[in-house]
Design a protein. Structure first.
Length: 135
C-alpha cells in the first residue's frame, strides 16, 4: 500500500506541474514502501535527499511559472514554499541525527502534498486556465 495515490483531485490542469507533482509523489511512495519493508535501509537516505532536491527544483519551477503568468497569489505562495522547506529541513535534520523517521514524517508528506496541491496550487492552475480562455 502506497502513502498516497495520484487522483483527478490533484490535477491542476498544468501538465508540467502535474508531472512534477507526480514525481514527488513517486519518490514519497518509494520512501514509504522502503521504510515499511526495512526502516533501517541504508538507501533511504538517498531517497530522502532525492525528495529534497526534487522539491526545491519543483518549487523553483513553480515560482518561475507563476511569475511568467503574473499569478496574483505568488507572494503568499512563495511564503508557503519557504515554510514547507523549513519543515522538511527539520525532518531531514532529525533523520540525520537519529538515522530514522517516524509516522509524523509520513503524515507531514501526505498532508503537505495533498493540501498544497488541492488547496494552493489549484488556484494558479485555475487562473492559468482562465487566462488561456481569454488569450
Amino acid at each position: 500500500m502506497s502513502l498516497m495515490e495520484w487522483s483527478e483531485e490533484l490535477d491542476i490542469k498544468v501538465d508540467d506541474m502535474n508531472n512534477e507533482h507526480k514525481n514527488l509523489l513517486n519518490i514519497m511512495n518509494l520512501m514509504f514502501d522502503m521504510y515499511k519493508e526495512n526502516p533501517n535501509n541504508p538507501e533511504f537516505r538517498g531517497l530522502f535527499l532525492s525528495l529534497k532536491d526534487a522539491t526545491v527544483e519543483h518549487f523553483t519551477n513553480e515560482e518561475e511559472f507563476m511569475e511568467k503568468m503574473n499569478f496574483s497569489g505568488i507572494a503568499t505562495h512563495k511564503i508557503i514554499h519557504k515554510k514547507l522547506l523549513e519543515t522538511f529541513g527539520e525532518h531531514l535534520a532529525k533523520y540525520e541525527e537519529n538515522g530514522s523517521v517516524d509516522h509524523t514524517f509520513f503524515d507531514f508528506l501526505k498532508f503537505w502534498l495533498r493540501s498544497h496541491i488541492v488547496g494552493i496550487d489549484t488556484k494558479y492552475g485555475q487562473e492559468y486556465q482562465d487566462s488561456q480562455k481569454t488569450a
